[in-house]
Write a protein that binds this ligand. Structure first.
Ligand code: AP5
Length: 214
């Protein structure tokens, strides 16, 4: 059983750690970014609404995002825990999550806060490549695939996210500072925040997190 949130700026390694954590703790990975991207690629109503915000490096409106997450958390596979990746991202969302958890007799075990300086984030995101088929994340500099442009795991094609363009990354970092960074103090005050050095090697960070969860 694990009820956890992954917090951190864009490119801090939330998705990278999420893949390892859901495998170890056998809980569903709920990434709001992945949910929005899937809807954009399928051309759904949600995708159409979310696209303009994501392309501009801004947040999708709170009410819409909270509705998606709370209905996902009511699905059967979340009964024994979940890993939220990229949600909450505003105080409004954190309050909504808190209210939802209280109403359903649940509480968070840990908020995993990954810290990485902005210069490193910019270089990581410019080198990030994602698999079109399975969503695995690579980095042409730090975590390259064995064969250029091809996913090690499933052989799928690797692509670069549109919002990883430098000007959009700058806007995402500004959005993080203004709207998401205040969540660090929010969760510090509730005693569930655990800080991790996101500049370490991905395996070392995973080891640190597992040790803290216990
Ligand atoms: P989302 O998809 O959540 O993007 P993000 O938070 O900006 O995070 P990223 O996916 O860019 O990075 P990550 O921290 O997962 O890092 P990763 O592991 O890939 O959201 C996208 C957009 O959707 C938002 O901008 C917003 O518009 C909207 N949205 C989403 N949630 C929302 C919400 N709750 N409310 C409103 N709007 C919302 O790693 C990055 C790179 O670094 C990779 O190349 C990776 O291989 C490499 N790397 C990872 N770890 C390491 C390491 N330890 N050392 C070296 N390289 C590493």
């Amino acid at each position: 059983m694990l009820r956890a949130v992954l917090l951190g700026p864009p490119g801090a390694g939330k998705g990278t750690q999420a893949v390892k954590l859901v495998d170890k703790y056998q809980v569903p990975h709920i990434s709001t970014g992945d949910i929005f991207r899937k809807n954009i690629s399928e051309g759904t109503e949600l995708g159409v609404k979310a696209k303009s915000y994501i392309d501009a490096g801004k947040l999708v409106p709170d009410e819409l995002t909270c509705e998606i997450v709370t209905s996902r958390l009511l699905e059967d596979d979340c009964a024994n825990g979940f890993l939220l990746d990229g949600f909450p991202r505003t105080i409004f969302q954190a309050d909504k999550l808190d209210q939802f958890l209280k109403e359903n007799g649940m509480k968070l075990d840990i908020v995993i806060n990954l810290s990485v300086p902005s210069e490193q984030i910019i270089s990581r995101l410019s080198g990030r490549r994602i698999c079109r088929s399975c969503g695995a994340s690579y980095n042409i500099v730090t975590i390259p695939p064995k064969k250029e442009g091809v996913c090690d795991r499933c052989g799928g094609e690797l692509y670069q996210r549109k919002d990883d363009a430098p000007e959009t990354v700058a806007s995402r970092l500004k959005t993080y500072d203004e709207q998401t960074a205040p969540l660090v103090d929010y969760y510090k005050n509730t005693g569930v925040l655990a800080d991790f050095d996101g500049t370490k090697d991905a395996e070392a960070i995973f080891g640190d997190i597992v040790q803290t969860i216990g």
